[in-house]
Design a protein around this ligand. Structure first.
Ligand code: CAA
Length: 264
């Protein structure tokens, strides 16, 4: 039986929430969760009365700890390509929603979790939140649009440092780089998000949608080529030994030994 991990709830007038709930895996995204997410997105896309969607997850520790490493462990390159495309398509549907999407980040937003948050219109984070793209530590690269969206959001050099160092950043550091709209006390997070959502929901609903449409047009010049290139490079990682070692090391709770399994 499939467990329902993605739920929609209606909050105040004009505001709904999408909640991902897979706390036993720190809300990691497997293909089933992505399928459930696109169903919720498509449902809310048709709701003309909504101005704001809050994207949030359950548990105190993690927003989303990335794509599901256990699911990817034995992927072929073809499966990895399809997984990358699935994630990219879901996240693009999220970013294309007519409503303003606010990601509410309470904890880890790593790898695919950060990529998910980047597909929202903006992020509001707790001081306890942690951000980063640890994929290279697994012998991978970001595969859900992050290589494209992070460059758009913080510029090429800083984004490439995030992608290649696998470093983890505090909410304050992420705020200083322009990644976050607000950083708030941990126990104030949901009320801070609701305050911002309420202020948007109080405005002219079709004007809010028009503003988002116009702002998105400023980003669309990058086009689809970068996303396709990302999916190809992500899938190629699965044809050699480096990613096998990185993924296996995580699951076996040990450090990867990349130097002894070098691949081109
Ligand atoms: N996939 C699958 N399971 C995950 C997971 C992930 N991304 N992240 C955490 N989990 C699981 C752990 O395996 C563990 O399960 P078990 O109890 O069954 O062992 C459970 O969640 C709790 O995790 P930890 O015990 O590791 O918790 P921690 O507090 O010690 O560490 C953490 C938290 C730092 C977030 C650590 O879990 C971690 O490093 N997770 C992986 C982060 C990561 O590398 N993300 C990128 C994934 S690749 C990707 O996203 C590719 C892409 O772009 C498409």
């Amino acid at each position: 039986m499939t467990t329902q991990c993605v739920h929609i709830s209606n909050l105040q007038a004009g505001i709904a929430a999408i909640e991902i709930s897979r706390p036993e895996a720190l809300n990691a995204l497997n293909s089933e969760v992505l399928t459930q997410l696109i169903t919720s997105i498509q449902k809310l896309q048709k709701e003309d009365d909504l101005s704001v969607i809050i994207l949030r997850t359950s548990g105190d520790k993690s927003f989303v700890a990335g794509a599901d490493i256990k699911e990817m462990l034995n992927y072929s390159s073809q499966q990895a390509y399809e997984f990358s495309k699935q994630g990219q398509n879901v996240f693009t549907a999220l970013s294309d929603l007519p409503q303003v999407v606010i990601a509410q980040i309470q904890g880890f937003a790593l790898g695919g979790g950060l990529e998910l948050a980047l597909a929202a219109d903006f992020m509001i984070a707790s001081q306890k939140a942690k951000f980063g793209l640890p994929e290279v530590g697994l012998g991978l690269i970001p595969g859900f649009g992050g290589t494209q969206r992070l460059v758009q959001r913080m510029g090429y050099s800083r984004a490439l440092e995030w992608m290649t160092s696998a470093e983890r950043y505090s909410a304050d550091a992420a705020f200083q780089l322009g990644l976050l709209n607000r950083v708030v006390e941990h126990d104030q997070l949901s009320s801070a998000v609701e305050t911002v959502a309420n202020s948007i929901a109080a405005q002219g609903p079709s004007a809010v949608r028009a503003a988002k449409k116009a702002a998105l047009a400023a980003l669309s010049a990058t086009g689809q080529l970068g996303f396709e290139f990302e999916a190809q490079l992500f899938s190629q990682r699965f044809s050699g030994s480096e990613a096998r070692e990185g993924l296996a090391a995580f699951v076996e709770k040990r450090k990867p030994e990349f130097r002894s399994v070098r691949q081109a």
